[in-house]
Structures are given as structure tokens and as C-alpha cells.
Design a protein around this ligand. Structure first.
Ligand code: G6P
Length: 612
């Protein structure tokens, strides 16, 4: 949450910063701000999106080759101009941008007020910059040392950048719990919450670790220390990410681009892992931990949001194939509820961003109890990827639309590969069945392609239902998580209230909601508990609900029962979520666009939830 970008080098900073903010806007968009250091520290900030900031500063003198910028997702203090970042210190000689939460800010604020500091905002961030100035003035230390000492007094999570008028060539950056990447160009440096504002200029990056401070100075080598004052040698990595991967490439929204990328992203998530020629699966990232996983008494999957839904599909797959008991936990609950965890447990943490605060905390808890922790992450080098013992990257490519689409299908592919690998090693499933599953998995990208060709039909259905205020999504077995994911997609981007339910549970509550105004989306694929789902459809019909059914190609009987149907190709039962999710993503996309919603940046949401 919150996007940070900073630059020092020979070029004008403003164009780099504003472009960087646009790339980071998916992280939060309540307000935006900018600071340029050109003789003095000049700050501009306003409520609203980055485009508002651009309008706000039109005509200003924006010269300067060092600066920083921020796009905010409010935690402390309402989203207004005063609470927007950057924040000045009292003397206005220092300025800060921050992503995270300073938990002990009230105590620090009180102490600083008693020492004569005046606060202009309601944020926790302002406390930190006053504290840094206070230390600098009282202890007569350099700004980086004042930052370091201040951070030893702070409880919470942060990624910060500090600029000082007295050090016109220096950027100080630090992180704990919130991500930060440094880009190293030719005689220039970039700092950002993720690599997207950087890769246009350089592929050489350093992912900062927790409790590290970077001292970034013009014409100097990058220096790093810990907040305990130990020197650190920066580990420079080469990042393979193309610019087209983070641009809309002709699509009106990132979400639509990412939905349409799925034939490729699904292919990428299996590449080098699903070997159809040798009829096997390999997962290099978890190879060393395979004996441990095969002997696990239990697997606990932990995640949030869409990743949690992928985890539910994973539970069904792994139990079905490998016969290992699996539990799926919301990270936010798991971390606080004193769960029973032992060394014999294997935890799988799933996260697109690899930065979700609750999932990170769940991982730390599991590690402290001696469990083996594996990660399924999309963002290479992310905090979760580094905090886990081993893992498998989803390789879906950057996902920028706030509503997760291609990351979900890639997560399900990876979980399927894990299930297939474990079953192969354990001998829990006849080889002939595993062979069929591998073959079918290999066919999924072309089947997704086929569904995407039907986008116009889905658009027509969206036109009919766009003004409804509620929707129900029902599915059974493997399609229950699909129902949850379909409902989540609709509510998060179109603000229509939607609920996903196991179809049979409808009778225990949701059936009371059904009348002629209620659209009910059924995932009614021929495989699985088909007849029972038909009964559920009849029950909705009898109460005049409007039925939109996701059906197997050519299934004439459901066609007759449904008001509208969307056909998807046949496949093995456990692979249906990879297909059935696609039309639901498109349905919610078109409904949201028709309602005039900001699809890529839905209100109140953020792509990377780095606060709990
Ligand atoms: C936010 C995003 C969701 C995502 C969830 C978990 O709520 O808007 O799209 O599913 O966080 O994020 P993660 O990065 O851990 O998968």
C-alpha cells in the first residue's frame, strides 16, 4: 500500500517521478505528492489521483535532479491534502514519504509535542520526520545517522525516503516490513516500492531487506547499513522484466489486458515444470524440501483475498491427489488465533504481491513453531518469496489491475503441479490418471483462448445485468471456490453486492434472497456433482431468479434451464476452475465498465496490502 518513488542523477527528476507514480498508482490512490530538492525542499501535494497532482502543479517551477514522490492509501488520517505525503519537518529542512504504519506514533507524538513540535497532519508519518529532526539537532549527527537512531525507536512497518536540504545530493531510504527496491543506473539511482518505475531505466536492482538503511548519493557508490549500525554489502540483481509487461499495450484497462494474457501466463506458469514428453512434473524451487512435504502430516495453506480462493482449490486438489490433509486459513486469522503447528506441518503461503502483511506474519508464526514454509508468489524477490524456506514462482508477469485475474489462474496451476508431483512420488493415484491430468493441464491455455473468443457474448449478458444491486454465485466441489472468486471480482470492481456460496448451502439462507430481481450465476459444468447442481438451478427457477450458467460446451439440458449460458470446453474436473473463472472475470469487468467504475483502481482497495 502506498507507492514510493525517488530519483537522483543527471536527469530532470520530475518526469521520472510522475511517470513512476502513475506506474505505482495501483498501490493506493487517495492522494499524491511530490518533493523536489533544488536549493530548497519544495513540496506539492493534493487529494485524489496522480492526474490531479499533475493539474495542481501545472505552471510551477519543477526543476531539480533529485526528488521523491508518493501515492497514498490512507491508514491514519483521512485522505486530504494535509495528510498527503511528503511531510516536512518543523524547520522544513527535511521531508519524508512513508509506506506502512508507525504503531507507537501516539506516544512519540506526545513526547515531541512536549518538546515544542507542532503537528500539521493526523498522520503517523509526520511523527517520524519530527523525530529525525529532533535527533539531528540534539545529537549533531548526519541525517542518515538521525534516521537510523529514529528507526530504533519506532514500532511498526515502514518503507521511507528522506531528503535533507542540507544534503542536496543524498537520498536516505529504509525499510522494515514494507517493500523497497533500489535501481542502479549509470551515475543515477532510483528508489521505489516495486521495480515498475525503475525497469525503464535500468535492470540492475537491489531489493532492500528489513531494517536496512540505504545511503544513496550522487557520484558515489551505494552504501547500506542496518538500523543496528552494521555495514551491509548491497546485493545487485539483474531483473528480467519487460516494459510491455507493465503497459496496457492497446487495451483500455490493465484488468482486460491481464484477463486476455491468461493463455500465455498459464503457459508460463507450467513452462519447464510440466514435461509432457517425459510424462512428469518437476518443481526445482521445492526439490530440496520434497521429502519433508511427502512426509508432512498436514499442509496448511495461508493467504488473503483471491490468493485464499486459489488456496481452496489447492486444498481440493492436494487432498484428492496426494491424500495429505490440507487446511486453508486466512492469514489474518491464522496469525492471531494460536493455531496448533508442529515441525511435521508444511505451510504453503500464497501471495501475488509477496508483500501482504498478514501473510508475512503468518509465515513468521509458522517458522517460529518449526514448520517448513513454502511460498507461491508472483513477484520475484518479494518479501514473502524471501521469507519462506523454498517456493515456486507463478511467473504470471506483473499484475497491475487491482482485481487479481491472471495471478489466480497461475496460482491454481502451481497448486495443480504440486498435487501432481506429490501424487506421482507417493503413488496415490494410478499413473494412467496422472497421465491424463498432465495432458489435460497442457491443453488449458488453448481452451482459455477459446473462452476469450466468446467475450462479446459475455458483454451482452453484462448489459442486461449491469444495473442490478445484488448477485449470487453458486458452485459445488471444485467450483465452490470459483463461485467465491466470481462474487469477489464483481463486488470489488463494480460495487454490486455479491456473494459466493456452495450451491447446496443456498437452502440454508441465500434462497430467501431469491426473487425476480436476483441474478444467480451457476457454475454447472458436467463433471462433478452435476445432477445436484441441476436441482439447485431448478430451485432458483421456481423462485423466479435469473439464471446465468457456466456450462460444458454442448450441454443442451442446462441451456434449457438457464436464462443465459456461457459455454466452456470440457476438461478434467479438478482443472475446471482454470476455465470457469475466465468468463466470471470478463462478466465483472464488463459490468464494472458499463457502470462507469474505475476498473483498475476500485475505490478503497489496494493491490499490495502491506498493512494489517
Ligand atoms: C488485495 C488485492 C487482492 C489480493 C489480496 C491478496 O486485497 O486487492 O487482489 O488477492 O490483496 O494479495 P496477495 O498479493 O497476497 O495475493
Amino acid at each position: 500500500m502506498c507507492g514510493i518513488v525517488a530519483y537522483v542523477g543527471p536527469k530532470p527528476a520530475y518526469p521520472i517521478l510522475i511517470k513512476g507514480l502513475h506506474r505505482l498508482e495501483y498501490r493506493g490512490y487517495d492522494s499524491a505528492g511530490l518533493c523536489l530538492l533544488n536549493g530548497e525542499l519544495k513540496v506539492w501535494k493534493c487529494k485524489g489521483k496522480v492526474s490531479e497532482l499533475e493539474k495542481y502543479i501545472e505552471g510551477e517551477n519543477l526543476e531539480g535532479t533529485i526528488g521523491m514522490a508518493h501515492t497514498r492509501w490512507a491508514t491514519h488520517g483521512e485522505p486530504n491534502q494535509i495528510n498527503a505525503h511528503p511531510h516536512y519537518s518543523q524547520s522544513k529542512h527535511l521531508s519524508i514519504i512513508h509506506n506502512g504504519i508507525i504503531e507507537n506514533y501516539l506516544v512519540l507524538r506526545k513526547e515531541l509535542q512536549q518538546r515544542g513540535y507542532t503537528f500539521t497532519s493526523d498522520t503517523d508519518t509526520e511523527v517520524l520526520i519530527h523525530l529525525i529532526e529532533d535527533i539531528q539537532q540534539n545529537e549533531h549527527v548526519a541525517v542518515e545517522e538521525a534516521v537510523r537512531i529514529a528507526l530504533t525507536q519506532v514500532i511498526g512497518a515502514y518503507a521511507i525516503v528522506v531528503l535533507s536540504q542540507d544534503h542536496p545530493d543524498k537520498i536516505i531510504a529504509a525499510r522494515k516490513g514494507s517493500p523497497m527496491v533500489i535501481g542502479i543506473g549509470v551515475d543515477e539511482f532510483f528508489v521505489a516500492s516495486d521495480a515498475t518505475p525503475i525497469i525503464e531505466y535500468t535492470n540492475n536492482v537491489v531489493f532492500m531487506n528489513d531494517e536496512e538503511i540505504a545511503i544513496i548519493e550522487r557520484h558515489q557508490e551505494l552504501k547500506m547499513r542496518t538500523i543496528r549500525n552494521q555495514e551491509r554489502t548491497p546485493y545487485i540483481q539483474r531483473l528480467e522484466m519487460s516494459l510491455t509487461a507493465i503497459e496496457k499495450s492497446g487495451f483500455p484497462h490493465f484488468m482486460l489486458k491481464e484477463i486476455f494474457e491468461q493463455p500465455h501466463s498459464i503457459e508460463d506458469s507450467m513452462r519447464g515444470r510440466l514435461h509432457l514428453d517425459q510424462d512428469t512434473v518437476t518443481l526445482g524451487g521445492i526439490r530440496d524440501y520434497l521429502p519433508k512435504i511427502l512426509n508432512a502430516e498436514r499442509i496448511i495453506i495461508t493467504a488473503c483475498g483471491t490468493s485464499w480462493h486459489a488456496g481452496l482449490v489447492g486444498e481440493y486438489i492436494i487432498e484428492d491427489l496426494a491424500r495429505i490433509p490440507v487446511e486453508v486459513e486466512y492469514s489474518s486469522e491464522f496469525r492471531y488465533r494460536n493455531p496448533v503447528i508442529s515441525e511435521k506441518d508444511v505451510i504453503i503461503a500464497i501471495s501475488q504481491s509477496g508483500e501482504t502483511a498478514d501473510t508475512l506474519a503468518a509465515i513468521e508464526l509458522a517458522k517460529s513453531k518449526g514448520a517448513t514454509v513454502l511460498g507461491i508468489c508472483n513477484v520475484v524477490g518479494s518479501s514473502i518469496a524471501r521469507a519462506t524456506h523454498a517456493g515456486v514462482y507463478t511467473h504470471a508477469g506483473p499484475e497491475i489491475g487491482v482485481a487479481s485475474t491472471k495471478a489466480f489462474t497461475a496460482q491454481v496451476v502451481v497448486l495443480t503441479l504440486i498435487g501432481l508431483l506429490l501424487a506421482e512420488k507417493k503413488g496415490t493415484v494410478p499413473e494412467s490418471h496422472l497421465h491424463k491430468l498432465r495432458l489435460e493441464l497442457g491443453l488449458i491455455p488453448s481452451k482459455v483462448e477459446k473462452i476469450l473468443e466468446r467475450a462479446n457474448k459475455i458483454k451482452d449478458i453484462a448489459t442486461i445485468y449491469k444495473d442490478r444491486t445484488n448477485a449470487l454465485y453458486l458452485g459445488r466441489g471444485y467450483n465452490f471456490p470459483v463461485a467465491l472468486e466470481g462474487a469477489l471480482k464483481l463486488k470489488e470492481i463494480s460495487y454490486i453486492h455479491a456473494e459466493g456460496y456452495p450451491a447446496a448451502e443456498m437452502k440454508h439462507g441465500p434462497i430467501a434472497l431469491i426473487d425476480k430481481y436476483m441474478p444467480v450465476v451457476f457454475i454447472a459444468h458436467k463433471r462433478g456433482i452435476y445432477e445436484k447442481v441441476i436441482t439447485n438451478i431448478e430451485e432458483v427457477r421456481a423462485r423466479k431468479g435469473n439464471i446465468i450458467a457456466i456450462i460444458t460446451e454442448g450441454d443442451e439440458s442446462v441451456k434449457k434451464l438457464a436464462d443465459h449460458y456461457i459455454e466452456i470446453p470440457d476438461t478434467e474436473e479438478m482443472l475446471i476452475p482454470l476455465l470457469a473463472t475466465i468468463p466470471l472475470q470478463l462478466l465483472s469487468y464488463y459490468v464494472a465498465v458499463m457502470r462507469g467504475c474505475n476498473v483498475d483502481q476500485p475505490r478503497n482497495l489496494a493491490k499490495s496490502v502491506t498493512v494489517e
